[in-house]
Every structure is written in structure tokens, then in C-alpha cells.
Design a protein around this ligand. Structure first.
Ligand code: ADP
Ligand code: MG
Length: 332
């Protein structure tokens, strides 16, 4: 049932004519009811709100929800919120990953239609891949495309900061996730993979992993949950089963190298760039390193009063970047 505060907030938002706020609170009440086992009432309330939103032609605008979604109190130290405006077209992805991502976005956008048939949209995404290949960016794109706030949780930081109370902190995050629809990114989940045994207590990590799995399992919220990891092999198999889709990001192939550089240098004239020289210089570099190299080449061009970026500028900048070492050594 709605709390007194929620009722007051409902009346106040109505008096203020603040529709998005009004709907957000009603949805909160529905989420609370769902958790209390009143699923029929929760669904009726959600349907009512969705109908109203559609009729007034006013989907809750993200800007109006902003003050509402600032994590308060203790949550503020666990979650950082942002409102990304990145779009799918800003990322260079393989066809397979793009397809999976498009699919998640489509199901999210059509969630009302799915709900009418008792179906829930894909909303748990596991992202794997080396640093700098676009895991965080993909989470930002999902939030940006859906017009939702992005809440990020650094699990490794939470683990080291709240050792012993991590599971309780995770509970808070999952409560928030059920109350406020958003994209929730659990970054660096490898912290739960057990590779920190030297520094942390194995038993504690195991407990945290188990709570994380349990919260994932119990969660019936409307938020999108994303977990990102650099080390695929370290993760507990049980974690995999909890996700609707797994997207494996990898270092860029030749065509992707070209796209990343062209995107970054879009505002420059390119001087007959020789891709046969540039591509080998980019081998082993991540998207992030290549993007930085392209920016450095652009700066070099501007500072030497030229208007065209030359092959040499790009090749030199690429050679300066640190290369990811192959992880042939297994779990660290
Ligand atoms: N697939 C990609 N396509 C285009 N740019 C990328 C891609 N991956 C990374 N970048 C660039 O590198 C930066 C860092 O990437 P990020 O998403 O944080 O990588 P990760 O989380 O995998 O370490 C991004 O802001 C973006 O500029
Ligand atoms: Mg990242």
C-alpha cells in the first residue's frame, strides 16, 4: 500500500500539474505493491498509469524525472547517476553485438505491448570484453536511446569500501532499482569472480556473489540491469544463467579500426589516408586507444597549422599508444 508520504507527494504533484512526477510516484506505489505480493493491484495500477500517459500523449520526460532520481543519502555513495545522450550510431560494433543491442532496445521500447500479453522485455545484459572496447559506452547508449538515467555501481569499490556489509549495500541498490526505472550498470563484476583472493576474504566474496545472484533472481523490476566484466573466464557460471543476453565485445577488426578513426576525424579533411599503413599500426589496440590516437593526430595537425590529417600523423599517434597484452596467463 502507498505510504503517507507517497500519498502526499501524489496530491502535491497533481496540484503542481507535474504529470511525470505524478506517474513516477504511482509507479513507485505499484512497485511496492508488487513486492508485497499484490501483483494484480500492481498490474492494474501500472496499466492505468500507462493508459493515462498515452492519452495525454505525455510519456514521462527524463528531464522532469531528474530531481526524483538523484540517489539520496546512503545510496548516493553507492550509485552515480548520469543522463547520457550517446546514440547507437556513435559506437562501432560487430553486426552480432549491434543486432543483440537493437533487439534489447526494441523489446524495451515495446514493453507495454509485451506486457499486455504477459511477456517481459529482455532487460538483463552481460557485457564482456577487454578494456576500451565499449562496455561502459554500450550501457550509456542503452540509457541514451531509452531516455533513462544511468546509475553506475562499481562493485570492486563497494567491496573494498564496505567489506562485510556489501550484501546489505547491494540490497539497497536492488531496492532502488525496483523503485526508479533506469539503466543500472554493475561495472567490474569480476570483483565477484574470486580473483581478489590475495587481498579479500574469499568467504565474503562468495557471500556477496550469492546475494547478487539471489537479488538478480528475485528482481521483477522494470529497470535494465547491465553487468560488465573484463575477465570472462573468472565469472561464476551461475552468473551467466541470470542474463537475457550476453554481448561479447572484442578488439576492433580492420573495418572497425577505419570506422573509429573516420568518426573521430569527421570534422577534418583527410589527406588520402593510406589504410594499408594505418591498419597494421593499430593492431592490438582497443577502440578507446585508437580513438585517443586519432584525437592526438588531429591535435598535431591543428598545432602545425595544417588543415589535412596525414597518414604519418595517424601512424605515429597509433604507435605511441599502449597495447593490451594478451591474457594467455589465465586467471590472474
Ligand atoms: N566500440 C566502440 N566504438 C566507438 N568508440 C569506442 C568503442 N569502445 C570504446 N570507445 C571509445 O573509448 C572510450 C572508452 O570506452 P569504454 O566504453 O569506457 O570501454 P570499456 O568500458 O569497455 O573499458 C569511449 O568513450 C569511446 O570514446
Ligand atoms: Mg568500462
Amino acid at each position: 500500500m502507498a505510504t503517507n508520504d507517497q500519498l502526499k507527494a501524489l496530491v502535491k504533484s497533481h496540484a503542481d500539474g507535474d504529470d511525470p512526477q505524478f506517474y513516477a510516484i504511482a509507479m513507485q506505489v505499484a512497485a511496492k505493491a508488487a513486492r508485497a505480493g499484490q501483483s494484480k493491484f500492481a498490474q492494474e495500477l501500472r496499466d492505468l498509469v500507462n493508459d493515462l500517459r498515452e492519452r495525454t500523449g505525455q510519456r514521462a520526460r527524463i528531464a522532469a524525472v531528474v530531481p526524483f532520481t538523484q540517489p539520496k543519502g546512503e545510496l548516493g555513495s553507492l550509485l552515480s547517476v548520469s543522463y547520457p545522450e550517446v546514440r547507437l550510431s556513435d559506437l562501432v560494433l560487430t553486426d552480432k553485438v549491434r543486432e543483440r543491442l537493437t533487439h534489447v532496445l526494441l523489446e524495451q521500447r515495446q514493453r507495454d505491448a509485451l506486457a499486455r500479453h504477459g511477456l517481459t522485455p529482455a532487460r538483463r545484459v552481460l557485457l564482456t570484453g577487454p578494456p576500451g572496447t565499449g562496455k561502459t559506452s554500450t550501457a550509456r547508449v542503452i540509457a541514451g536511446e531509452l531516455g533513462l538515467p544511468l546509475f553506475s555501481i562499481r562493485l570492486d569499490t563497494v567491496l573494498s569500501k564496505f567489506m562485510g556489509e556489501t550484501a546489505a549495500k547491494l540490497r539497497l541498490v536492488f531496492d532502488a532499482l525496483a523503485e526508479t526505472r533506469g539503466v543500472y550498470l554493475f561495472d567490474e563484476v569480476d570483483a565477484l569472480g574470486g580473483d581478489r583472493t590475495a587481498r579479500n576474504d574469499v568467504g565474503e566474496i562468495r557471500r556477496v556473489l550469492n546475494s547478487f545472484l539471489q537479488f538478480l533472481e528475485e528482481d521483477t523490476s522494470e529497470s535494465v540491469i547491465i553487468a560488465a566484466t573484463n575477465h570472462l573466464n573468472l565469472l561464476d557460471n551461475a552468473l551467466f544463467r541470470r542474463f537475457d543476453t550476453v554481448m561479447g565485445l572484442a578488439l576492433p577488426d580492420d573495418a572497425a579500426v577505419e570506422s573509429v578513426i573516420e568518426n573521430r576525424l569527421a570534422s577534418f579533411k583527410l589527406y588520402n589516408l593510406s589504410w594499408t599503413r594505418i591498419i597494421p599500426a593499430a593492431r592490438g589496440l582497443s577502440h578507446a586507444e585508437i580513438a585517443t590516437a586519432a584525437e592526438n593526430a588531429a591535435k598535431r595537425t591543428i598545432l602545425s597549422n595544417r588543415t589535412r590529417v596525414r597518414t604519418d600523423d595517424v601512424v605515429i599517434a597509433l604507435k605511441e599508444r599502449p597495447r593490451a597484452r594478451r591474457r594467455a596467463d589465465g586467471p590472474a
